[in-house]
Design a protein around this ligand. Structure first.
Ligand SMILES: NC(=O)c1ccc[n+]([C@@H]2O[C@H](COP(=O)([O-])OP(=O)(O)OC[C@H]3O[C@@H](n4cnc5c(N)ncnc54)[C@H](OP(=O)(O)O)[C@@H]3O)[C@@H](O)[C@H]2O)c1
Length: 325
């Protein structure tokens, strides 16, 4: 089968296309004929050897896929021909992927494969972040950084689905429009976001900050929190890992909350399946509808991943494996 491979760790430009053996079906897995693979920031970090998971080269990147079930193991709830999305961690940029059945979810008919592949990594992460780690309650206000990105748009849609108001923070007007289309109540510039967020909350501040960006905006994020607010540390796309003077936490009764969905989910069998059970009704009711950005053929996987490196992505960037190159 055709697949995109990382053969050296010099960045996304080094992703190349290769003929590789098709995967074999392991116990409890389903084989998926991949239509679309989601492009995630961890894929980018893996092209540089900067992610916590460091497979030996060559390897096939791709954390998440959407497609059609081609084969099942015995006692599977899925059947051949089902439309599914699933988390893979690796091996997604390929014509076929073996997916643990309990890491997969059925896709409603009206949801495209492009939208489906946007679900696994970011919606499972943001469900864990907002509900389990962030203790989100209906009626709270959530500020989302990187709001037009994968984590950002998932954060907007899940926060809204759970009854929150959302203030989206993004660096360009085009990105702010994506955030509004995803369901944010307000979309504001990175510049001056702390003052704008205070104005929008009548001086009170926000209950939760979703931070996949880090860098020099971190202190202003803490200052944007209301008493008993929580800042969810999700990633560091700005590059710099912030440090904090802990007196700020004490003075305002605020929490900084670490979020590492993957390491949590891998250690707790059945957790991802339970997450899909709570997310599925939101898919069925159209409450979740991930915004899709640019779509690339498999041959252009390098260009797709480069979009995230260059801070250009708006909505979910997708590799469509069946699209002609
Ligand atoms: N903790 C977890 O369990 C977990 C799970 C999945 C992903 N993550 C992490 O979450 C982060 C976001 O992932 P994503 O898929 O949402 O990425 P994405 O779609 O590329 O969005 C990232 C956003 O970061 C902002 N940004 C600020 N400075 C940037 C820079 N120098 N380069 C690139 N982007 C920059 C951009 O928004 P503006 O231009 O609007 O500022 C961009 O939209 C990554 O660090 C990823 O590893 C964590």
């Amino acid at each position: 089968m055709r697949a995109a491979q990382i053969t050296d760790l010099t960045g996304p430009a080094a992703i190349s296309i290769a003929e590789v053996p098709a995967p074999t079906l392991g116990s409890g897995q389903i084989m998926v004929d991949v239509r679309c693979a989601g492009v995630t920031f961890p894929d980018l970090l893996m092209t540089r050897g900067e992610y916590q998971l460091k497979p030996p080269v060559p390897f096939i990147p791709g954390c998440e896929v959407a497609g059609i079930v081609a084969q099942t193991s015995e006692d599977s709830d899925f059947k051949v021909g089902d439309r599914v999305a699933g988390f893979t961690m690796l091996n997604g940029y390929a014509e076929q992927a073996a997916v643990n059945a309990d890491w997969a979810v059925s896709l409603p008919e009206r949801m495209s494969f492009e939208q489906g592949c946007a679900l696994p990594m970011n919606f499972l992460t943001m469900d864990f972040a907002l509900i389990r780690r962030g203790r989100l309650a209906a009626g709270e206000t959530v500020l989302v950084h990187g709001a037009a990105g994968g984590i950002g748009t998932a954060g907007i849609q899940l926060a809204k689905a759970h009854g929150a108001s959302v203030i989206a923070v993004a660096s360009t007007q085009e990105k702010r429009e994506v955030a509004l289309a995803a369901g944010a109540d307000h979309a504001i510039d990175v510049e001056g976001f702390r003052d704008t967020a205070k104005e929008l909350t009548d001086g009170r501040g926000v209950d939760i900050v979703v931070d996949p960006v880090g860098g020099d905006r971190f202190t202003d994020s803490l200052r944007s929190l209301a008493p008993e607010g929580r800042l969810l540390v999700i990633g560091f796309t700005a590059g710099e890992i912030p440090t904090v003077k802990v007196n700020r936490l004490l003075l305002n009764n605020i929490d900084i909350v670490g979020v590492a969905w993957g390491s949590f989910a891998f250690m707790e069998p059945g957790y991802i399946g339970r997450q899909w059970q709570s997310i599925s009704p939101l898919l069925e009711s159209d409450t979740i509808s991930p915004p899709v950005g640019r779509t690339y053929p498999l041959e252009s996987a390098a260009a797709a991943v480069s979009e995230l490196a260059d801070r250009r992505a708006t909505g979910k960037v997708v590799v469509n494996v069946t699209q002609a190159g």
